[in-house]
Write a protein that binds this ligand. Structure first.
Ligand code: ACO
Length: 330
């Protein structure tokens, strides 16, 4: 198969994580859980939690500023701000518009997308589409998640899993044959109720009953989600590799969505990628939904784990269900 020619590349990345660390031992004091259970079932040791003064837009803008500084890009040059978030500061207007105002990106079109944990890779594909269509040259793709704001702190089966954080990527037209080699996005809306917030929108508006039932918070059928996640992430890994004309052997670094160590291991095994080539930070941050991949990507670049010419595979799965993947050549 002829190698695809990238349309866009990632010029720079940035991340922002709250300072406050909450360990499994801290959670033991609040919930009927244990460090051993959480580590064994998920691989998570600790997570970051943002204070009440910090919103999704604040976190996203901080990550974006770092990416802009590294790329030497001024706010006025940005054509699109696409924010992936499951935890917007409010429902109207978008978190992206708040970030646009914070950055002073006056020439940008800004909007949110909703694709849960797969949001970063969905937003990357949308950015590529805008640039491919010739509508602009520079897109800021941001994932920002204050998951601890939508978690039910009385439900031990979900409360231990999530954390807060934001990551950003500046996407521009590829000039040197490097960049996004392939991407793949998919959804299955028939399975929405396995991982959702049942109420609080217009269908079932917020009222005293909703609050009492805690139906405005995350509910998850963990075991079912686990099974679908493993299958969908294997499909997504396969599709990104095939579309890029590559195999697992060609991948220098694999960055999977960081929800659960066991899902990560199963996906790496399916894609025939050794664990030494898998980037892992779920132990330190828990599941930050769409922010896990850009945060991991930013850390990997900073640590020198990605070098010129390297092929990076990214794979995500989330509520919807949604799943997605991409191969990017550095
Ligand atoms: N501490 C101690 N015990 C617990 C806890 C906890 N935090 N949570 C659940 N348990 C108990 C359950 O009550 C149950 O007890 P029982 O056997 O007496 O009934 C037992 O542990 C087993 O519960 P399961 O839910 O069957 O445990 P499982 O091995 O499936 O692990 C987990 C649960 C970690 C949630 C797992 O199902 C999972 O990782 N699922 C995927 C979740 C995920 O990754 N979601 C995000 C993907 S999409 C996205 O990122 C938004």
């Amino acid at each position: 198969m002829k190698e695809p020619k990238p349309i866009v590349e990632i010029a720079a990345t940035g991340r922002w994580l709250p300072e406050r660390v909450v360990t499994n031992a801290d959670l033991e004091k609040e919930l009927d859980t244990s460090d051993a259970w959480i580590r064994e079932r998920t691989g998570i040791r600790e997570r970051r939690i943002a204070g009440p003064e910090v919103g999704a837009a604040d976190m996203g803008a901080r990550a974006a500023r770092i990416a802009m500084k590294r790329a030497g890009v001024h706010a006025g040059e940005i054509d699109f701000i696409i924010v992936a978030t499951a935890t917007p500061d409010r429902l109207l207007p978008s978190t992206a518009c708040d970030i646009q105002a914070m950055l002073g990106a006056t020439n940008a079109a800004a909007y949110d997308i909703s694709a849960a944990c797969s949001g970063f890779l969905f937003a990357m594909e949308i950015a590529e589409g805008h640039i491919a269509a010739g509508r602009g040259d520079l897109a800021l793709v941001i994932s920002t998640e204050k998951m601890t704001g939508i978690v039910d702190w009385t439900d031990r089966s979900t409360a231990v899993l999530f954390g807060d954080g934001a990551g950003a990527a500046l996407v521009r037209r590829s000039s040197n044959g490097r960049g996004v080699m392939s991407s793949y996005i998919r959804s299955d809306g028939t399975l929405a109720e396995l991982l959702w917030r049942p109420a609080g929108g217009v269908r079932i508006p917020m009222d005293a009953g909703v609050l009492e039932r805690r139906d405005h918070l995350v509910k998850m059928a963990g075991r079912e989600v686990f099974k679908h996640a493993v299958k969908a992430m294997a499909d997504a890994a396969d599709q990104a590799l095939v579309r890029a004309g590559l195999t697992g052997d060609d991948i220098d670094l694999f960055i999977p969505h960081q929800a659960n160590m066991r899902i990560i291991e199963a996906t790496a095994k399916f894609a025939k990628i050794p664990m030494s080539k898998v980037y892992i930070n779920v132990d330190r941050y828990g599941n930050m939904s769409s922010a896990t991949i850009p945060v991991a990507l930013d850390e990997a670049l900073e640590q020198g784990r990605i070098g010129p010419g390297d092929n990076v595979l990214m794979v995500a799965f989330g509520a919807g269900f949604t799943w997605a993947s991409s191969v990017v050549r550095w």
